[in-house]
Design a protein around this ligand. Structure first.
Ligand code: HEC
Length: 122
């Protein structure tokens, strides 16, 4: 524990929050703050592979299989297939207090994506 405490924590590097009207900068800020790239970018030995931002090829081993993340950077598999409203709705359904996680069937799995944590973001 002593080794961890003296080697791993780094000084915080606070950044200025962009104004929400600056859509591009504000979006980058939210994506960084929410750590989306930590799961949606391919990693090797715990490091994100340069140039592979949001390109998927990263996955999670589950008890009954493997979830491979989609490549968000192509027209076919990426987020361009979402309209702005569909994208927002995909997150907002989890903000409804009456939402109940679906029962998982045998050999199924609950989503790894932390939808509920993001559901109340604006
Ligand atoms: C803890 C890991 C993790 C983090 C952090 C994460 N995701 Fe995900 N995400 C996943 C996984 C795994 C899936 C695949 C589907 C599933 O497991 O439900 C997914 C699926 C998605 C999908 C659905 C893609 C589709 O094909 O419909 C979207 C959109 C998405 N993530 C966006 C984001 C955004 C935006 C952020 C940051 C705000 C984010 N994710 C952060 C793990 C993560």
């Amino acid at each position: 524990m002593n080794l961890i405490i003296t080697t791993i924590p780094r000084k915080a590097n606070p950044v200025k929050k962009p104004h929400p009207s600056d859509v591009l900068e504000y979006g980058k800020y939210l994506v960084d703050a929410a750590a989306c790239a930590e799961c949606h970018t391919q990693q090797e030995k715990g490091q994100k592979v340069k140039g592979m931002d949001f390109a998927g090829r990263f996955g999670f081993s589950l008890q009954n299989g493997f979830v491979l993340l989609a490549n968000f950077t192509t027209r076919e598999t990426g987020l361009l297939n979402y309209s702005k409203q569909a994208f927002i709705n995909r997150f907002k359904i989890y903000a409804d207090s009456s939402y109940v996680d679906p029962m998982v069937e045998e050999n199924g799995f609950q989503t790894v994506m932390p939808w509920k944590m993001y559901a109340t973001m604006t």
